[in-house]
Every structure is written in C-alpha cells, then in structure tokens.
Design a protein around this ligand. Sequence first.
Ligand code: SF4
Ligand code: SF4
Ligand code: FES
Length: 290
Amino acid sequence: MREDKRRGRDGGLVQIERMIEVTIDGAKVRVPEGSTLLDACKKRGIDTPTLCFAPNLTPVNACRVCVVELDGARALVPACARTAEPSMVVHTDSERVRSARKMVLELLGSSVDMSATPNFDVWCARYDAHPERLGTPSRAPTVVDNDLFVRDYAKCMLCYKCVEACGADAQHTFAIVVSGRGAHAKIATEFDVSLPDSACVFCGNCVGVCPTNALQFRREHELRVAGEWDESSQSVTKTVCPYCGVGCVLELHVQGDEIVKVTSPSDSSVTDGMLCVKGRFGWGYTRDAK
Ligand code: SF4
Ligand code: SF4
Ligand code: FES
C-alpha cells in the first residue's frame, strides 16, 4: 500500500490520511482509508443498530444486527466489520436489510431477556419485529457471588464482548471463556468456579462492554430489583481517577447523592474505555465518609 507522507512544521515526515469515497443510500460519503462501513454510515448520519460491536474491541460479527446490502456481494455484510473500499455502493434500508434485521431482533428477543438492552425496543419498532411470536426467554437465576457485580445470564446474548475485554483486547486476564456448544454454550470461568475463586481481578471491563446488562454493577442490580433504578434522574460527571498517576478518565453515574456506577469513555486516549478495580469500583469511601 502506498504511504502518503508530507513534511510537517518541524520538517519531519507526517502521515496524511487518505480518503476514499463510498455511496451510502444514494449519497457519496468520504471516509479515511481503513474505516468500516459502520463509520461511513455514521458519517452519512445513519443510525445503525449494533450489539456485539464496540469501538474499543475487535469486531467478532456475532449478532449480525448491523448487516447492510453491498452491490456485487452475494450475502449481506456486517457493517461493523466490513472495511469500506473505494466505489462501494451500500444500501442500509432495503427490503433485504430490513427483513434480516427484523429476523435477528426476533430470534434474539425470543431467546434472551433484552429488557435492559438500550434501544432494543426502538429497533424492534423500527423493523416491525415481534419477538414474542417466536416465544419468550427462559429465566435463569442471577449469579451473585461477589460484592462488585452480578451476572444475569438470562440476559446474555453470547456476543463474546466480555471474553474479548477480559482477554487479548484489553485485560489479558483470560478469566472467562465461552464453554459448551450450541444451545449449551455459555460464558464460564475455568472449571466453572465462582468468580472470586477464578483468575478474575475484578477490573469490571467485562461489565463495561456488556451490551445487554447481563453484567451489572451490584448496586445497579439492587436498585433495579427494588424498582428504584432511574436512569433518567442520573447525572454523569467526568473526572480523573484519584488513585494513581496514570490519570484515567472516569464517568461517575450519580443517582440522588450516590455514585451508582463508573464507566470510562471508549474514545479516551488514556483508558480506551478500560479501568482497573480501583477506578471502576473503589468509590465506596464517598458513602462511608458521610
Ligand atoms: S472483572 Fe475483569 S478480570 Fe474479571 S472477568 Fe471481568 S474482565 Fe475478566
Ligand atoms: S455477558 Fe454480556 S458481554 Fe458477555 S457474552 Fe453475554 S451479553 Fe455479551
Ligand atoms: S454489531 Fe455488527 S455483527 Fe454485531
């Protein structure tokens, strides 16, 4: 691949971003080389549903809810993973795309509890999806084996995001994997031991990327069970983690006078959206100080 370089102000060579042009729903869009079709759709102002995709993880194409139609391609392609190439012609709202997205939403919603998945209802309405016509998800008990987060696997859509965040994409702890096959597949620790007995270091990066709320802060879980979780009343304050000198960006989600969860923006150059146990969970002292 040809590298475009020019002299910068200091006389050194700097990389120039090469732009390519694709057509999305009839309009030309220019995006930097290496962008995905999802990036191009975003630039065109098109809201594409995504579940297994996260900007800070390697795409795994597990859910296919983002599929688009590409001229010349036999099958629909996942927008989140397909790299945009010059002169591609893409359709995001054709009959094939609408019907594929509807099927994905119905299959997911009939087998997994998507009630706490942001936007799921909005997408179902948009694509006229009625998961209940295929059945309703079975309930599995929520696993509460530590003070920091719970695992409600009735809400797990096996998107692999938690496994990626725990593994090679971020944490490199490899405490969880997908075990079993087909209908018996599930996220598990080694030898299915409880999290405290596993290699888990409780960074909560799996919680941070989970799209369905299958992994939930313990406090969020308690408030939801009590019917007191109220996202509309919550404020989000950006700050810097007080613990060490790295300077991780924190987003404190506050309900009433209580920090109920902590996240970090996925586009932060310091954290890439990932935190350690102290930054993610170590804010109990704000309560205990009262
Ligand atoms: S809390 Fe961190 S170490 Fe533990 S399972 Fe989640 S990502 Fe892995
Ligand atoms: S627990 Fe969450 S992140 Fe992990 S596979 Fe299930 S839905 Fe995805
Ligand atoms: S979001 Fe693209 S395949 Fe899941």
